[in-house]
Design a protein around this ligand. Structure first.
Ligand code: SAH
Length: 278
């Protein structure tokens, strides 16, 4: 079934008397070229297990199922689940689960020794999903997502334009923008453009609470100097903060956005002697 055809999508939605839901971020992919790019980047074989969030009417799902061994797709909207029963009826390697990815315990889906997370997700889920899957006990081998362009750019930022989200992702993995995607590739068209992002080299869970305490303190007021942020957020004396920064080759007047992942790791390692504040 050609599920990238706008006429076909409209026909299906009409048949089930459904209007795309804004609050569920329902913007269906209608561009075959973009679909091909996601599939190519996914590098799938029959050995792969794919987890998809928000399959919609099954456009991406059916292409994933043609190449992968198994696709597990989690969809919140009951109407979409009914549609999927029709559009994907010829596939026997797709398992649809009706559920909410926001409140979902990822454990049952991450028990496979290896799996890939591949999806065109509703934008409001982006940070939550990425955080959940990077931090879970058994993270995916690889994540490929179609997300809002600005968020993709923020995730891939480098010093001196870093931000908390970029540090949070790059601490665990290597993100890369595969392609930009025009808002006209969706029905209905959202307000903003999108991008395909791949997140690779995902490390297993490292003890990270101390690391993120420091990073969050550093970004507590992104426009302010790092030393001031640490003094107030970690309740430390200026002298101790300056010495800690200088020891790690960071100037106290630098801003958090200029620090690399390596800098943050050094700071976290060097924080052991700083007492219980960190
Ligand atoms: N992947 C499809 C649909 C994208 S629209 C495509 O490329 O065409 C986003 C989909 O996510 C919709 O089907 C919507 O119902 C679903 N969705 C929204 N919030 C969700 C949630 N919390 N958990 C699971 N699915 C959700």
């Amino acid at each position: 079934m050609n599920l990238t055809s706008p006429t076909k999508i409209k026909e299906i939605l009409d048949k089930y008397q459904i209007k795309p839901s804004k609050s569920l971020g329902q913007n269906f992919l209608i561009d075959k070229n973009i679909l091909d790019k996601i599939i190519l980047a996914s590098n799938l074989s029959k050995k792969d297990i794919v987890l998809e969030i928000g399959p919609g009417i099954g456009t991406l799902t059916q292409e994933l199922a043609k190449l992968a061994g198994k696709v597990i797709a989690i969809e919140k909207d009951h109407d979409m689940v009914n549609i999927l029963a029709e559009t994907l009826k010829d596939f026997h390697n797709i398992h649809i689960i009706e559920g909410d990815a926001l409140t979902l315990d990822p454990k049952p889906y991450t028990l496979y020794p290896k799996y890939k997370l591949i999806a065109n997700i509703p934008y409001y889920l982006t940070s939550h999903l990425i955080r959940t899957f990077l931090e879970c006990e058994n993270p995916p081998q690889e994540i490929i997502l179609l997300i809002q362009k600005e968020v993709a750019q923020r995730i891939c930022a480098k010093p001196p334009f870093m931000n908390l989200l970029a540090v949070s992702v790059q601490f665990y993995a290597t993100p890369e923008i595969i392609s930009y995607v025009s808002k006209n590739c969706f029905l209905p068209a959202p307000k903003v453009d999108s991008a395909i992002i791949s997140i690779k080299d995902i490390g297993s869970r490292i003890e990270s609470s101390e690391f993120f305490k420091i990073v969050k303190a550093g970004f507590s007021h992104p426009r302010k100097q790092l030393a001031n942020n640490f003094c107030s957020a970690l309740k430390m004396e200026r002298k101790a903060v300056d010495a800690w920064l200088l020891k790690n080759n960071i100037k106290p007047n630098q801003r958090a956005e200029t620090l690399s992942i390596e800098d943050w790791k050094n700071l976290a390692q060097g924080a052991e002697g700083l007492g219980d504040r960190v």
